[in-house]
Design a protein around this ligand. Structure first.
Ligand code: KMH
Ligand code: ZN
Length: 276
């Protein structure tokens, strides 16, 4: 399960930060494509996309999602992953329709969790529907773990529904969301110890100031990385991120120093079981 090269996922936008509060956040189609191109050049292999509407508000509008998938595919070779998490206010039915936009991959969160002031709902029936629809649409799910118990829910999903499309199981630990599991190396190690045997690869991301310690812990433990302004708006103390590329470039530099250079997009597709 550990790998010589590192998959760097960029999550450039998210659904939580307002453009008005953070103008560098890529929210328009043009900004998304420019970000994707720059991050691929800096070492990213996968992009996790949340789309915004003309007013920069998070949206699950199907045609906007489809346009984003097509535009990023035309401009890059990145693995294109759409968020099915959306915003905490998005209805479950709308989150299920994301697969109709035909991404390579989709996020699939393995249970409900506290999410700051809100609750991010992922009841069992929704997880099963999303899992089965991803199998039917030939979309590779990435299993998001916000709490340690989510690892057991993933085990149950695989037991009850079989392997995902592509035959690989890629897990992403999203650590340090306020109210959910803390972003410490110790918690990451506990999560790794619980992973189902079917797991073929894993990555981790630390929210906010835990970002760099989780980069280091994940690399040391043989995992992959997720970085980006969805998770972290500060490059360093007192220095806001001015472009997602900076976070990808730093992750690539640390990974290379640890003899785990960034993976190519071809290697990423093979590792994740993405269809040609
Ligand atoms: N925006 C969060 C409520 C995902 O993309 O699947 C959920 C989230 C996870 O970001
Ligand atoms: Zn997301």
């Amino acid at each position: 399960m550990s790998s010589a090269a590192t998959l760097i996922t960029v999550a450039p936008t998210g659904a939580e930060t307002a453009k008005a509060d953070f103008p560098a956040l890529p929210t328009t189609p043009e900004e998304l494509v420019e970000t994707a191109v720059a991050c691929e050049a800096a070492g990213a292999g996968l992009i996790h996309i949340h789309v915004r509407d003309k007013e920069h508000r998070p949206t699950l509008d199907k045609s906007l999602l489809r346009e984003a998938v097509v535009a990023v595919r035309e401009a890059t070779d990145l693995v294109v992953q759409l968020s099915t998490g959306g915003a905490v206010t998005d209805p479950l039915e709308d989150r299920l329709t994301v697969l109709e936009a035909d991404p390579d991959s989709c996020s699939l969160t393995c249970g409900t969790t506290n999410f700051g002031e809100g609750v991010f709902l992922n009841p069992w029936g929704f997880m099963v529907d999303l899992y089965r629809q991803a199998q039917e649409h030939e979309v590779v799910p990435e299993f998001e773990i916000f709490e340690l118990g989510h690892v057991h829910a993933l085990r149950r999903l695989i037991d009850e529904c079989g392997l995902p499309y592509g035959g690989k199981v890629h897990v992403d630990f999203v650590m340090g969301v306020p109210g959910a599991m803390p972003a410490t190396p110790q918690v990451l190690m506990a999560g790794l110890a619980l992973l189902p045997p079917e797991t073929t690869s894993w990555s981790a991301t630390g929210i906010g100031r835990s970002h760099l310690s989780i980069v280091a812990a994940a690399l040391a433990a043989g995992g992959h990385l997720r970085v980006g302004m969805e998770d972290n708006l500060m490059f360093a103390k007192g220095q806001p991120v001015s472009h997602n590329r900076e976070l990808v470039a730093r992750a690539a530099e640390v990974a290379s120093l640890m003899q785990r250079p960034p993976m190519s997009t071809t290697e990423a597709r093979a590792m994740l079981g993405i269809k040609d």
